[in-house]
Ligand binder design. Structure first.
Ligand code: CO
Ligand code: CO
Length: 304
């Protein structure tokens, strides 16, 4: 149902009227110093692509490339962080594969199921839909500040909590309230992943800057121009398809191009169901921010 033809967050294979198989893999180099958190973030990030399809993950396999001189206690912590996050998601860890490499890399293959009629793709956003985001932005600027020894530990702790957080309830609510389109925000930033959705759906997005949630400290590091390389790449690659109102300064614009790790889901929710979805989110303690709307046209317009 979904493969190389129209790239999405995961591949989807039709099984029968009730079920389709969702398959994805993801891995990356460490974004934080703590090995347990690294493993946990890698797992939350890998699971996220199944949630972004409206699916329920059930089985995962480790993928690890680790330096031969890495102490075994650190390796155990990375694996434990991953395994405990999978357990929290109700997902079975069933195996994996490890090789040696100079720089650590860690992640997962994840399999899930989705009802074929309830699958969220990037291509089904409709004009009028409300755009809803499930995590604040700023993990790129904060983890880069951390790498440069410039981050406040409280800001890092907050970012780590969000990166470890599952997109499980955001995905379930999206399906429950009739959303048909969504993706997760990762390396290509809010605007890059948003543009993929808008383009695939043949629509435009209007985003309201003042409604976007940011991690504490993100705006401060941004004003000091502390960004990962991916953020500049994103602006170069996607910048021509985005228009900003003149009130939005350069650093704020860059934050919307900020490369995220294990970011939130971006959902296009039918307007008639959006208020109910936001209410249900509150009851489940699942933060959800309405940040814009789907419009006829193309590209993304950002206003205050
Ligand atoms: Co994705
Ligand atoms: Co992915």
């Amino acid at each position: 149902m979904v493969g190389l033809g129209d790239p999405d967050d995961a591949a989807v294979w039709w099984l029968d009227e009730q079920r389709a198989l969702v398959a994805t893999m993801d891995f990356f180099t460490p974004v934080v110093d703590d090995p347990y958190n690294y493993g946990a973030i890698a797992a939350a990030n890998s699971l996220s692509d199944v949630y972004a399809m409206g699916g329920q993950p059930f089985l995962a396999l480790n993928i690890a490339a680790l330096p031969p001189n890495l102490p075994s206690e650190l390796i155990a912590e990375i694996l434990r962080g991953g395994a405990e996050t999978l357990r929290q998601a109700g997902v079975v860890l069933a195996g994996g594969h490890t090789v040696q490499d100079k720089e650590p890399k860690f992640g997962f293959v994840v399999l899930g199921f989705v009802h074929p009629d309830q699958m969220l793709t990037k291509a089904r956003a409709q004009p009028g839909d409300v755009l809803v985001l499930s995590k604040p932005l700023g993990t790129g600027t904060i983890t880069t500040a951390l790498k440069n020894g410039l981050a406040d530990p409280a800001d890092v702790a907050e970012a780590v909590d969000w990166m470890k957080r599952l997109n499980r309830f955001a995905g379930e609510l999206a399906v429950q309230f009739g959303a048909l389109s969504g993706t997760d925000i990762t390396g290509f930033s809010l605007l890059g992943h948003g543009l993929e959705m808008a383009k695939a759906s043949g629509v435009g997005f209007r985003i309201f800057y003042n409604q976007i949630p940011f991690l504490s400290g993100a705006q401060r590091y941004a004003s000091e121009w502390i960004f990962p390389g991916g953020t500049s790449d994103n602006r170069l690659f996607y910048g021509t398809q985005v228009s900003f109102a003149p009130e939005i300064d350069e650093a704020s614009q860059m934050l919307l191009f900020d490369a995220q790790t294990s970011g939130g889901l971006l959902l296009a929710v039918p307007e008639a169901r959006a208020a109910e979805l936001l209410e249900a989110g509150k009851r489940l303690d699942q933060p959800l921010w309405p940040i814009g709307q789907v419009i006829a046209g193309q590209g993304i317009a950002v206003s205050p």
